[in-house]
Design a binder for this molecule. Structure first.
Ligand SMILES: C[S@@+](CC[C@H](N)C(=O)[O-])C[C@H]1O[C@@H](n2cnc3c(N)ncnc32)[C@H](O)[C@@H]1O
Length: 273
């Protein structure tokens, strides 16, 4: 894994793809991530989630799948504010257990459920959900055509997919952001918007809306850097193993990529015929 962590991580083999998935989901279960990222793990936070939900036209009683649900903040918001039922799927078993415990504690266990599963092999039947959401995670799936096909498979005809994700020009990305650390940070395998649109189209999902939210990515990168700086000074418990210098160097590279127009954040809605 050490070798994979530092070298360019593009064109991965099957074994490497599994290692990347394990690394990515393990990384997001660290206490440090919750401290640094906050309640939800994507640019734009819950405000952008609300915008995505609006673009999907979600209605009470509908069934929604959140692919790569992370800490579950999106699922809780959708259930509480829109009255939908949500299934969340994430590879991280500890995140899934914690999110299910939170659902039970908040009396939402009947309407929000989390499952351990891979986005490339979703544990849901064909045509079982009205909508799929996937925030800041599609870019990390090594086999994107299969992940898109899985979203299409579980959607009912006429159902919609809402994705928000990092979009960038891979040819201009700094080589230090093409490592496994960059993969976990949603940069190394992110694609241009047109490529996401084509991947969805190939899966039978026609894009009906695309929006840029690059400012949300810039804000998140700034916020991460500010927290890293503050936590380093304060010596916060749970962050003892964090290499603050390397993390801040990578954050600076990411900030420059956004400033230079190499990386941005995109909202896409697509419909299944
Ligand atoms: C940047 S976080 C986003 C979490 C959540 N969507 C949010 O916005 O708060 C990426 C998430 O993708 C999950 N993940 C990575 N690869 C996955 C896969 N192949 N299948 C399911 N989940 C995956 C990680 O465990 C992590 O929770």
């Amino acid at each position: 894994m050490g070798d994979l962590f530092t070298r360019k991580a593009v064109g991965v083999t099957g074994g490497e793809a599994d290692a990347i998935k394990v690394c990515c989901s393990t990384a997001y279960q660290r206490d440090a991530v919750a401290l640094i990222l906050g309640e939800s793990y994507h640019p734009g936070g819950l405000d952008l989630t609300r915008r995505l939900a609006g673009a999907l036209g979600l209605r009470a009683g509908q069934r929604v799948l959140d692919v790569a649900s992370g800490p579950g903040a999106t699922a809780f918001l959708l259930a509480a504010e829109l009255g939908v039922e949500v299934d969340g799927v994430d590879l991280g078993d500890r995140q899934v257990a914690a999110a299910n415990a939170k659902a039970a504690a908040n009396g939402l266990a009947g309407r929000v459920r989390f499952h351990v599963g891979d986005a490339e092999r979703l544990p849901l039947p064909d045509e079982s959900v009205d909508a799929v959401v996937c925030e800041c995670a599609f870019c990390t799936f090594p086999d994107k055509p299969t992940a898109a096909a899985e979203m299409a498979r579980v959607l009912k005809p006429g159902g919609r997919v809402g994705i928000t994700d990092v979009a960038l020009d891979p040819g201009r990305l700094h080589h230090e952001l093409k490592t496994l650390a960059g993969w976990v940070a949603c940069l190394a395998d992110a694609r241009p918007v047109d490529e996401y649109v084509a991947l969805l189209a190939d899966a039978g999902l026609a894009v009906t809306r695309r929006e840029s939210h690059d400012g949300a990515l810039a804000k998140m990168v700034d916020q991460i850097d500010a927290r890293l700086a503050a936590f380093r000074m304060a010596r916060v418990p749970g962050l003892e193993g964090v290499d603050f210098d390397t993390a801040r160097q990578r954050t600076a590279l990411a900030a420059r990529a956004v400033r230079d127009g190499i990386a941005g954040y995109t909202l896409l809605v697509a419909e299944k015929a």
